[in-house]
Structure formats: C-alpha cells, structure tokens
Design a binder for this molecule. Sequence first.
Ligand code: PRP
Ligand code: MN
Ligand code: MG
Length: 180
Amino acid sequence: MQNDMESVLFSEEKLAERTQELADEISKEYKDKNPLMIGILKGAMPFMSDLVKRMDIYLELDFMDVSSYGNATTSSGEVKILKDLDTNVEGRDVIIVEDIIDSGRTLSYITKMFGYRKANSIKIVTLLDKPEGRVVELPVDYVGFLVPNEFVVGYGLDYAERYRNLPYIGILKPEIYRDK
Ligand code: PRP
Ligand code: MN
Ligand code: MG
C-alpha cells in the first residue's frame, strides 16, 4: 500500500499536532454545552476518533452516512442519505466532523437539514478544506489544513475505498488512478 504513494502531505505527527490544537479550541468553546458531534462516514472516522480523544469535556457522538462521490475522483452532485442519525438534534449544539470539504455539496445539504430539524447551533470542523473545489457557499468554522486541488488519500480519505487506513495524508502516484 505504501508503495502506491507519490508523496506525504501531512505526516502522522503533523496531523496529531493540528488535531490537538483543534480539540483545545473546540473544547474551550463547547465546555458546558454537551455538544453532539456528528461524524460523516466513512471518511471522518480516523480524524473524529483522534479529535474526541483529545477533548476533556462532556460530549455525545453520532454518525451519518451520505453519498456524493461513488467511486470516482470527481463529485457527482448527488447527496443521498444512507444512514441517518440516532439522535434528535432539536435544541442541540451540533458539531459536524468531516475529513474534507471539496464542492461543499455534502455539508450544505446536511447543515440545511439540521436547520429544519431545529438544532440550536450548527458548526463544522473539517480536517482538510479544498477551497478550489467549492461549488456551493459554505461557512466552515474550524479547518485543520487547506489543501491544493489534488487527489489526496489516507487518514480516512479513500481512492476506490482503499487507503483510509494510512496513518498520514499523501498524494497517490498518478499511475494508480490513471486509465481507471
Ligand atoms: C467525501 C468526503 C466528504 C465529501 C466532500 O466523502 O469524505 O464527506 O466527499 O465532498 P463535497 O464537499 O464535494 O461534498 P465520500 O462521499 O467520498 O464518502 P466517504 O467519506 O465514505 O469516502
Ligand atoms: Mn465523506
Ligand atoms: Mg470517498
């Protein structure tokens, strides 16, 4: 698997350092609010796991699974709910946790929906933000790193469902996805 990588963008150490900073910032703001942290499967899983372990406040976890990309490297624009929340968000202070925001379609859909469901507040924390990919305007509250318009994998981010288990974020060798 490591042989498929062209370069490392964010090392395991760098990810841990930035995740700690985000955890401190969010903990300070949400102390006494018992936030509902909602991870968007599957990409958010490794980041969310590391983030919440660094937060020393009361909080709750829930998950949603939506689809927007399928197995392609470009966004199809469709957002479909594959798994909804178990928790009622009404009156809750919601923090959506993502691995990456690209076109913004996924989160624009989800934040609107939590608005209809009467969440008290909705904020977004994303490890990566790719502003050049943006199609829909979206306010993002906490960003780990900005990334260039390249296909990055690892630490939750997949190519055709692979590489999510890499402990770092890197760029794939072009021959891995060329002609696919
Ligand atoms: C990826 C990523 C975000 C979304 C961002 O998920 O994890 O959830 O796409 O793209 P957007 O801003 O253009 O909507 P994907 O739908 O590939 O599912 P996955 O997390 O299971 O890989
Ligand atoms: Mn995702
Ligand atoms: Mg994906």
